[in-house]
Design a protein around this ligand. Structure first.
Ligand code: SF4
Length: 497
């Protein structure tokens, strides 16, 4: 099995392979001595993320340039050309429970470890039941591309940092905080026009709920990504219906033109983000049309496309038969010639997501002059330790991807087991600075509930570590009753026992 042979077991892995990390880093000392949380506060049933034995990080590209996907039984006969074909990937993604079930039974040994927070072993049947119950209770539907399936440690999926981001397990879910909301960021309150979130004075966000050829009729009205994250900020609108009926839109030409007309009518708007869903699902001609529109719009100085594609399906970037990347590069070139800033924003959370394919895809983009930035989400038990976060930052920098933001996980439903207390991000943010160039050091931020926007985690007005309530202000925001408003972020609570 690819990530979990004896030689790769966590005991045999070097625990601190990066020279700037010592065994007793200040992080560990600070947390244990200065900020021990009250037992009544945020400690859920999962053991403290600080002392938890984190999953091993793979420090080198797996198997050189080998066909690592062929180690998976279902992909044993998948040829190189197929694995790199976007069409093959779309045709082979897993989104139905029956397909996932086939995959699980093909890949999982008869007995696998439970989550380390529970301990012990379980049978494959018990594990699969846990997954099916997780799916029933999740706010997000499942959708997983073959590349992601090929990065999972199938011998220990319950503890694999890739698996845990995309496939829910009921056994580790905990009760939602009462302040959790599907539209936690209040995006729909800041939409002057359908699909445009205009919160900051000079910046707006376009949410694409798009239609596209080759997608089933049922999906036409839904927002789509190559792979769905359990912790999606927009679980109110992204993916197929779950127990949440998704807000559905179509991205027709008329709807986009309405968005453009609004943006054009606001001279203070200079910066546009085209986001979620995912720009990977913009048909190339629509991607170019949007790009050309912003390049030719006088008030716009900067624009970016957001896609998780580079992280979860980097093989597409290298698919010469697929025009998406060539169009993206063309948009980037045209923007640069027009004196406008263009960037691609992507979303890596753990170094094990990165392979030689990611490195080649990133190199292709950087050699073509495309600026790429990364936005991570801080996830409990996945990347909330300094070893993992430092390794991720170093790997991104090596691929010329700017580690831009690390977000506190939003207060959205069914992700309490993945949220961390504010204290975790406060402790983490002190660590990377000085270990790498400042321009590769991410900002650690909280996207404030109720539309307060992004604030540096350390910029809180108050933080009661016993109740887990922190408060922030956002002085730049004045519209929609936000002037002087105090925003609250709540640590995950301990469920009543
Ligand atoms: S890629 Fe982004 S928009 Fe899509 S499911 Fe993940 S977090 Fe949500």
């Amino acid at each position: 099995m690819m990530f979990s042979s004896t030689a790769r077991s966590r005991r045999l892995l070097p625990r601190h392979p990066m020279p700037w990390i010592t065994t007793l880093s200040p992080l560990y000392t600070t947390r244990r001595i200065s900020h021990t949380p009250s037992p009544a506060a945020y400690m859920g049933p999962i053991a403290s993320t600080i002392s938890m034995d984190h999953y091993p990080v793979i420090f080198t590209s797996h198997l050189g340039e080998g066909e690592f996907w062929r180690e998976l039984t279902p992909f044993r006969d998948v040829r190189h050309d197929d694995f790199f074909s976007w069409r093959w990937n779309i045709n082979n993604l897993v989104e139905k429970q029956s397909a996932l079930s086939e995959f699980l039974y093909a890949m999982i040994p008869s007995k696998v470890p439970r989550s380390v927070s529970i301990g012990g072993m379980q049978t494959v049947d018990e594990f699969c039941t846990d997954v099916y119950d997780g799916i029933k209770n999740s706010a997000m539907s499942i959708r997983i591309v073959p590349y992601v399936l090929s990065r999972i440690d199938w011998a220990d999926p319950a503890n694999c940092p890739v698996f845990r981001q995309f496939i829910p397990l009921k056994s580790i879910m905990i009760q939602d905080h009462p302040e959790v909301k599907p539209d936690s960021l209040g995006e729909r309150w800041d939409m002057p026009v359908d699909g445009v979130v205009h919160r900051y004075p000079d910046k707006a966000l376009i949410l694409q709920y798009l239609s596209m050829e080759n997608i089933s009729e049922k999906s036409l009205a839904l927002s789509i990504c190559p792979t769905y994250c359990i912790f999606c900020t927009r679980s109110y609108g992204v993916g197929a219906h779950t127990y949440i009926t998704k807000q559905t839109f179509k991205l027709g030409k008329k709807r986009l033109e309405n968005m453009f007309a609004y943006i054009r009518s606001q001279p203070q708007l200079k910066d546009i983000v085209v986001s979620g869903g995912d720009a990977y699902y913009l048909p190339p001609h629509v991607l170019e049309w949007i790009g050309d529109t912003f390049i030719n719009m006088d008030n716009i100085e900067r624009f970016r496309f957001a896609t998780k594609g580079l992280a979860v399906a980097p093989n597409r970037i290298l698919d010469e038969a697929d025009p998406w990347t060539a169009v993206l590069i063309r948009v980037s070139d045209k923007a640069r010639k027009a004196g406008k800033h263009f960037a691609l924003h992507t979303h890596f959370n753990h170094p094990n997501e990165i392979s030689w394919i990611t490195e080649k895809a990133s190199l292709k983009l950087s050699q073509a002059g495309v600026t790429v930035r990364n936005q991570s989400v801080l996830l409990r038990g996945i990347n909330d330790d300094i070893e993992t976060m430092s390794s991720l930052i170093q790997k991104l920098a090596k691929m010329l991807i700017q580690p831009y933001y690390v977000y506190q996980c939003d207060m959205v439903p069914k992700v309490e087991h993945l949220r961390t207390p504010l204290q975790t991000i406060l402790d983490l943010q002190t660590q990377p600075r000085g270990s790498i160039a400042g321009f590769y050091t991410p900002s650690f931020v909280v996207d404030l509930p109720e539309g307060g926007g992004k604030r540096l985690a350390g910029d809180y007005e108050s933080y009661d570590r016993d109740t887990g309530v922190s408060t922030f202000r956002a002085p730049i925001l004045k519209k929609n009753g936000k002037e002087g408003k105090l925003y609250r972020y709540y640590d995950p609570i301990k469920p009543s026992s």
